[in-house]
Design a protein around this ligand. Structure first.
Ligand SMILES: [Zn+2]
Length: 349
């Protein structure tokens, strides 16, 4: 037996190189359910991993206390907090914030946040007593369309979890962002075309037309992480959906040019060129990169490209603003001031 827990299917990251910037760790820390009867064994292992580092714990009353990093002091923590700390120390990285749904035998899954400073300082945040960990509204399709005044289609039969995730995502948007989403076509498929079972959504631009696909298989694969605060945890699928809305937002100027080209007759070619240029780097992305000032994206996934960086920052600003404030405060301030909406300009019909 290697440890009190086993981590399964954890993506490996660049080994050995230390981080220079704090980040939001969006990886799933998969694990079998913890047995409260094994708490003592877990304390011993945790103490070994901590090597004397203290743990700052924000408990269920919101009170902060510092626990010495020894097995005796760790007994103050619940099984879920111990498990989250263990998982973050095993699978997370310095500088990261992990929002973990810890599975505990007989208690279901319990949301706990673990933050690691670049210097290794540890902060564990429990859900507040009386916090809300329900599943939110699952509106009927009709009620959903009415509430958000969607013009686009919602084809197919939407599963309750899909409607719930979509409702949660759209409820987070500002009016100007929602206005843009109303023009999007939503579609659903059983699974992602590339076979990725963990992918929950995808933005696709076909000229003037924007489609966001929701993948049922990805919507179901939502078990080991959450986003937001542990006292009001949001689904990781909501993160995925708002990320794709971020792409749709950032590409709106390009779509506007493509749409104009369809009615432009002789000027169509010039407008298509303009759309191509804007899809590479439009006004929103341009300003975002200026504000980001050369820093990495707030999540590792966001480092794939400047477009992914924007989509991840856009998503975090909505689903976990405290995480964006912690990781990229200037970007948080930019969104909070509505500068991304101004960069896009007014959208005409
Ligand atoms: Zn993306």
């Amino acid at each position: 037996m290697v440890g009190a827990l086993a981590l399964a299917a954890l993506a490996s990251t660049g080994a050995g190189c230390g981080r220079a910037h704090v980040f939001y760790d969006a990886r799933e820390l998969r694990h079998p359910p913890l047995q409260p009867s094994r708490d003592r064994a877990l304390d011993q292992e945790l103490a070994g991993k901590l090597g004397g580092r203290p743990v700052l714990w924000v408990d269920a009353e919101g009170k902060e206390r510092t626990l010495a990093g020894d097995a005796q002091s760790l007994r103050a923590l619940g099984t879920a907090e111990r498990g989250a700390l263990w998982l973050a120390l095993q699978g997370g990285e310095r500088g990261g914030e992990s929002d973990v749904r810890v599975r505990v035998t007989g208690k279901g899954s319990i949301p706990v946040t673990v933050e690691q400073g670049l210097d290794g300082a540890l902060r564990v945040v429990s859900a507040r007593r009386g916090g809300r960990d329900d599943d939110g509204d699952a509106l009927s399709e009709e009620a959903f369309r009415e509430r958000f005044k969607l013009r686009g289609r919602l084809p197919g039969n939407w599963h309750e979890n899909e409607r719930r995730a979509l409702t949660e995502a759209l409820a987070l948007l500002a009016p100007g962002e929602l206005e843009l989403v109303r023009r999007i076509v939503w579609d659903r498929e059983g699974r992602a075309r590339n076979g990725d079972e963990s992918r929950a959504a995808l933005y696709e631009m076909k000229g003037c037309r924007a489609v966001i696909y929701l993948y049922s298989s990805g919507v179901r694969a939502d078990r080991f992480r959450f986003v937001g605060e542990p006292s009001a945890p949001k689904s990781a699928v909501t993160h995925a959906i708002v990320h794709e809305i971020g792409h749709a937002f950032e590409q709106a100027a390009a779509r506007r040019a493509y749409c104009a080209s369809e009615k432009a007759g002789a000027r169509a070619g010039a407008l298509i060129d303009e759309g191509n240029r804007l899809s590479e780097r439009g006004p929103v992305l341009d300003e975002y990169l200026r504000v980001l000032a050369g820093l990495p994206a707030p999540t590792d996934y966001g480092n794939a490209s400047s477009h992914e960086s924007f989509a991840e920052s856009f998503a975090l600003f909505h689903v976990d603003p405290a995480a964006l404030l912690r990781t990229r405060p200037a970007v948080h301030a930019w969104f909070a001031a509505g500068a991304h909406l101004r960069a896009l300009g007014a959208l005409d019909d």
